[in-house]
Write a protein that binds this ligand. Structure first.
Ligand SMILES: [Zn+2]
Length: 372
């Protein structure tokens, strides 16, 4: 007897079955504990940072940058995890909701079915006698008995379904709770990692500042952070146009009044240590970072001699003009620098050998430097 009620029951059971079949939460609950590639990269970077203590300024610079990059990676992983967790939790909420709807539907079905079953037992047309014992039973009675069996079976099914739904609901609620707990734990672990990395990065930049100050570089009073000598700000420097780098992005050189971008300045300090060992004096600097207005002033005073304003590597804080002998092509100082500067990320660009011929002009190559 395909009544609207039994159709409703079929619908409920169908919903329930599809829920049971599609239930992916055995795996989804475990998903946040798995590592994505971003996380794995972040974690290996952490291990890399803590490998060994740096000895040169360039190593300190690299380690500080590495620690900083790991912070960024960890933060990215954290955001990705939160996003993933949010999506999974939303899906769980949707499933719980549809389960609750199914349960409500079942509860609605349960009562009329029970009522119907009891009324069949008490049907006055059956003379108050249980149909199973009624004498002289005709086809009518047989039909009623069949109906009654069907209704009893239906009620039992409904009860069984309700129990299953309840179990599924409890299971989903537990999965949601476990997912939340796992996610919170992982967030706490990640943020602890970020704290360690941040401390490490700060300590490295501080060591770097101390080492630079020891070399005679005048970086503020040394108590308010590294200022422009913080190599983790290099990416910030790249956002500013040529010749318009803000003061706090420039790091002073040992020679007073001269400054470069942090990575170039740090590499220059290391190069200068080697130069001093060889020649007994520091490198002589006649020019370093050049603001746009300085570039314009030189360009108009000596047209064709300096680079077009806004195009010079001096404006990026990556070039110096040297004196003290280096300015003379093939001098002993020039030759030494030509042979040794690349180990520190510095080089004499090809163009400076001929057009225009500028033996004094040397540049820091961030690509070369980043491989050191
Ligand atoms: Zn130059």
């Amino acid at each position: 007897m395909p009544s609207p009620r039994s159709a409703g029951l079929i619908a409920v059971v169908t919903v329930m079955t599809s829920l049971a079949v599609s239930a992916p939460y055995g795996t989804a609950a475990a998903a946040p504990t798995g590592t994505t590639t971003t996380e794995a990269a972040g974690e290996s970077a952490v291990a890399g940072v803590l490998d060994k203590e740096p000895t040169t300024l360039t190593e300190l610079r690299r380690e500080a940058q590495k620690a900083y990059k790991s912070i960024e990676d960890a933060n990215r992983a954290l955001v990705a995890r939160q996003k993933k967790f949010g999506a999974v939790e939303k899906e769980l909420a949707t499933k719980l909701e549809s389960l609750q709807q199914a349960t409500a539907e079942l509860n609605k079905l349960r009562k009329p079915l029970s009522d119907l079953a009891s009324s069949m037992y008490q049907d006055p047309s059956l003379d108050g006698i249980s149909p199973f014992f009624r004498a002289g039973s005709g086809t009518e009675t047989l039909r009623r008995i069949a109906d009654l069996d069907h209704i009893v079976a239906g009620r039992n099914n409904v009860l069984g379904d309700a129990v299953k739904l309840l179990e599924r609901q409890q299971q989903l609620a537990q999965e949601a709770q476990e997912l939340r707990a796992a996610s919170l734990l992982q967030e706490a672990q990640l943020s602890a990692q970020v704290t360690v990395l941040r401390k490490r990065s700060t300590a490295l930049v501080r060591s770097l500042t101390k080492a630079l100050i020891k070399l005679g570089v005048k970086i503020g009073d040394g108590t308010q952070g590294a200022g422009g000598c913080d190599p983790t700000r290099i990416s910030q420097a790249e956002q500013y146009p040529n010749g318009l780098l803000p003061k706090n992005i420039l790091c002073p050189l040992p020679q007073a009044g001269e400054e470069l971008r942090a990575d170039a300045a740090i590499a220059f300090a290391d190069l200068n240590i080697a130069y001093k060992k060889r020649f007994g004096t520091s490198m002589c600097i006649s020019d370093s970072y050049r603001s746009l207005s300085e570039q314009q002033s030189i360009y108009y005073r000596r047209p064709g001699f300096a680079a077009t304003p806004g195009k010079s590597n001096h404006g990026l804080g990556l070039a110096v003009d040297l004196c003290g002998g280096v300015q003379n092509f093939r001098s002993v100082q020039f030759n030494w620098l030509e042979a040794n500067s690349k180990r520190y990320g510095w080089m004499h660009p090809d163009w400076a050998y001929h057009s225009p011929f500028e033996p004094w002009h040397w540049e820091y190559d961030p690509k070369l430097g980043s491989q050191l």
